[in-house]
Design a protein around this ligand. Structure first.
Ligand SMILES: Cc1cc2nc3c(=O)[nH]c(=O)nc-3n(C[C@H](O)[C@H](O)[C@H](O)COP(=O)(O)O)c2cc1C
Length: 316
């Protein structure tokens, strides 16, 4: 990858414009620090952590890397004020917010010198985030793992439309796990990429080995976006997913779907490795993974492919 000035590399003071998306049950301090040490930006996923756990992960991350790192904060988190205080206390340099209104906390964080990035899945919300004063936007297409937009706009369609609508730096997310895909979205106007699924199946991911192996075994068509009435989420098709499908077929109400999902399904699946009863969040691109790799290997592989594809493109 060339070291041409890049808006995201400059904003975050990182070597490569590769961000590891915050992921519940997967991105603790080990993964975040490994990605940051590899020259990207690692994010601790605060969405599955109690405040004291987040505190511990930030402290360990700071010990494990001298490079910039960040925290991903889903804004619907019930104890959000405690997380905000922890982030400010530890002088976390970068916060990626998601799932909520960016105008609530952006200014508070920026007043502390923290860079704020917000994740969106539509042009309308990208404009709202820019108006709220965030430093950059992640536009995430519906092929992405985890919670997702209702409109099903794919990354290929979303990035050029968001690019046209906003001026601030833009990161593309959803379906990116190779250097060729990274170059493609950068050709569409992205300044950087946010990658989730590929890092969920890395050595440093805190997910259970069973989940990582299920992700590696995934093929094209192994995931589907579901539970749109609650929060749309892309899941690996497993027996729990089949239960959700059966509930739809039986005409279940939103309340019944909520009861079926219950509490702790994601932890059960991704962290405890229960592939039968657990919820397994992953993106479409998992169908292309062949091996569990280290974060360093993933970053190096992507950078190598990016450079090769760019050279081939320039030779055309
Ligand atoms: C297992 C998993 C958990 C995720 N959890 C979160 C989260 O807590 N907060 C968030 O903003 N995004 C979350 N995401 C989305 C990622 O941060 C990232 O934007 C997305 O995975 C990018 O698409 P990809 O999976 O195709 O790489 C999650 C994704 C996965 C796969």
């Amino acid at each position: 990858m060339t070291t041409t000035p890049n808006r995201i590399c400059q904003l975050f003071q990182i070597k490569y414009p590769i961000i590891q998306g915050g992921m519940i049950w997967c991105s603790g301090w080990q993964l975040a620090s490994a990605v940051s040490n590899a020259g990207g930006l690692g994010l601790i996923g605060a969405g599955s952590m109690y405040p004291e756990i987040l505190d511990e992960h930030i402290q360990k991350c700071k010990k494990a890397t001298n490079a910039p790192y960040g925290v991903n904060l889903p804004l619907l988190y019930p104890n959000i004020e405690a997380h905000i205080q922890t982030i400010i206390k530890h002088k976390v340099p970068i916060v990626f917010t998601s799932a909520g209104n960016p105008s609530t906390w952006t200014q508070t964080l920026q007043n502390e010198g923290i860079k704020v990035v917000h994740v969106v899945s539509s042009v309308k919300f990208a404009q709202k985030a820019e108006a709220a004063g965030v430093d950059a936007i992640v536009a995430e297409g519906f092929e992405a793992g985890g919670h997702n937009g209702r409109d099903e706009t794919t990354t290929l369609c979303l990035i050029p439309m968001v690019k046209k609508a906003v001026q601030i730096p833009l990161l593309a997310a959803g379906g990116i796990a190779s250097g060729a895909a990274m170059l493609a979205v950068m050709n569409l106007g992205a300044d950087a990429v946010q990658i989730g699924s590929r890092f969920a199946a890395s050595i440093e991911s805190s997910a259970h080995q069973n989940f990582k192996e299920a992700v590696i075994a995934a093929e094209e068509g192994s995931t589907l976006l579901t539970l749109k009435e609650l929060t749309p989420v892309r899941l690996l098709k497993n027996p729990f997913f089949e239960q959700v499908q059966a509930a739809y077929a039986a005409g279940s109400s939103t309340e019944e779907l909520k009861n079926l999902l219950g509490r702790g399904r994601a932890k059960k699946g991704m962290f405890e490795g229960d592939l039968i009863e657990g919820e397994l969040e992953i993106g479409q691109i998992a169908g292309s993974f062949e091996k569990i790799l280290s974060a360093q290997e993933i970053v190096q592989e992507i950078v190598g492919q990016y450079n090769l594809t760019l050279t081939q493109q320039q030779a055309l």
